[in-house]
Ligand binder design. Structure first.
Ligand SMILES: NC(=O)C1=CN([C@@H]2O[C@H](COP(=O)(O)OP(=O)(O)OC[C@H]3O[C@@H](n4cnc5c(N)ncnc54)[C@H](OP(=O)(O)O)[C@@H]3O)[C@@H](O)[C@H]2O)C=CC1
Ligand SMILES: Nc1nc(=O)c2c([nH]1)NC[C@@H]1CN(c3ccc(C(=O)N[C@@H](CCC(=O)O)C(=O)O)cc3)C=[N+]21
Length: 289
């Protein structure tokens, strides 16, 4: 039996936010500019509302300005594009985040393409995705960035390690695979058509769950001693009738097998917000020059 280490994303994120806050103070003193983050939320997704509220509070705590644009679900695509054009032109806004998913009548790719890549703190614009892919300086998606920070803190160098990323979305799986490649991992991206997923996962020194299926990754899919990063945020109703959050990994089963694992909540989620603030400061620095 292995003693499984808990990777405390919440504590790591608190330390990171404190460092960002002091960097913001120094940046403001040197330039007179307060970094500003604009968040655009279309419709009333309850999970998104929680995320937006947490982000807003932590943005202010970091000494940044927070601009929240909550639009009704029936807002037209043209209205959203017009708002983004206004934010692109607003010199007090250094970061723009459009909360996903958007309502079905809005083309998310068209919306993301309208964001000024220099203000694209989610790193979802094709310019930033392309720059990451070819190894140029880019704004990097927050969740993957947070995952790699936790991995490097836990393992030191990642060079040569076998990494398996389960999930290939543009917001998590694909950019995370790019970052792991940049860290010299040997990367496998698995998805819903992967054959023998348990066997593929068992090869991993670093196993990432980014699927969105509660506790799909079982204990016996984990190589003993592997480092497990659980990106999944799934709200389920427990046997007691109460709602709770679980990840994509069967956390209890992983105990005694994984070398280290992130919990849900308290793992990757808080890192996402901290990295969003870090990206906003980075964007402000580059925009102000
Ligand atoms: N902690 C955080 O900060 C964040 C957490 N999340 C959470 O991470 C999870 C993933 O999010 P996201 O990437 O947006 O999700 P998507 O739904 O966009 O992508 C899910 C991926 O998982 C794959 N998949 C689905 N079912 C299976 C299966 N049975 N076996 C293998 N692969 C499967 C899909 O494969 P295919 O492509 O073949 O369909 C797809 O590539 C969600 O729980 C989400 O809430 C997301 C963002 C931030
Ligand atoms: N444009 C865009 N960018 C995103 O980064 C983005 C998005 N859209 N849409 C939704 C997903 C999801 N997401 C989360 C971020 C933080 C927590 C988080 O802070 N979770 C905490 C608390 C969760 C709780 O208790 O409710 C935790 O896991 O400990 C969760 C989920 C970002 N996403």
């Amino acid at each position: 039996m292995i003693e499984t280490r808990l990777i405390d994303g919440k504590a790591f994120a608190e330390t990171l936010r404190a460092r960002i806050a002091s960097d913001v103070t120094a940046f403001h003193a040197a330039t007179g500019v307060k970094p500003g983050l604009a968040v655009v939320l279309v419709g009333e997704d309850p999970a998104s509302s929680v995320y937006v509220r947490n982000k807003g509070r932590q943005t202010l705590e970091a000494g940044m300005a927070s601009f929240e644009h909550k639009l009704p679900a029936e807002t037209s695509q043209d209205e959203v594009l017009a708002l983004i054009a206004t934010l692109n032109a607003d010199s007090s806004v250094h970061g723009i985040l459009v909360q996903l998913p958007l309502p079905g009548h809005i083309d998310a790719q068209a919306v993301l393409a309208t964001i000024d890549p220099a203000k694209d703190v989610d790193g979802f614009h094709v310019v930033n995705a392309g720059r990451l892919a070819v190894g140029l300086e880019a704004l990097v998606p927050c969740t993957p960035l947070g995952c790699v920070m936790l991995l490097k803190d836990t393992l030191g160098s990642l060079a040569g390690l076998e990494a398996v990323v389960v999930g290939r979305s543009n917001i998590v799986g694909k950019p995370l695979a790019q970052l792991l490649l940049r860290e010299d991992c040997t990367v496998t991206i698995a998805h819903s058509r992967t054959r023998d997923l348990p066997g593929v996962c068992r090869r991993a020194d670093i196993l990432i769950g980014a699927v969105g299926r509660p506790e799909m990754i079982r204990g016996d899919w984990i190589k003993p001693g592997a480092t497990v990063i659980d990106v999944g945020i799934n709200r389920i109703t427990g046997a007691d009738g109460k709602n709770r959050l679980v990840g994509d990994v069967a956390f209890e089963e992983a105990q005694g097998i994984a070398g280290a694992i992130t919990p849900v909540p308290g793992g990757v989620g808080p890192m996402t917000i901290a990295c969003l603030l870090a990206n906003t400061l980075t964007a402000a620095r580059r925009l102000v020059g």
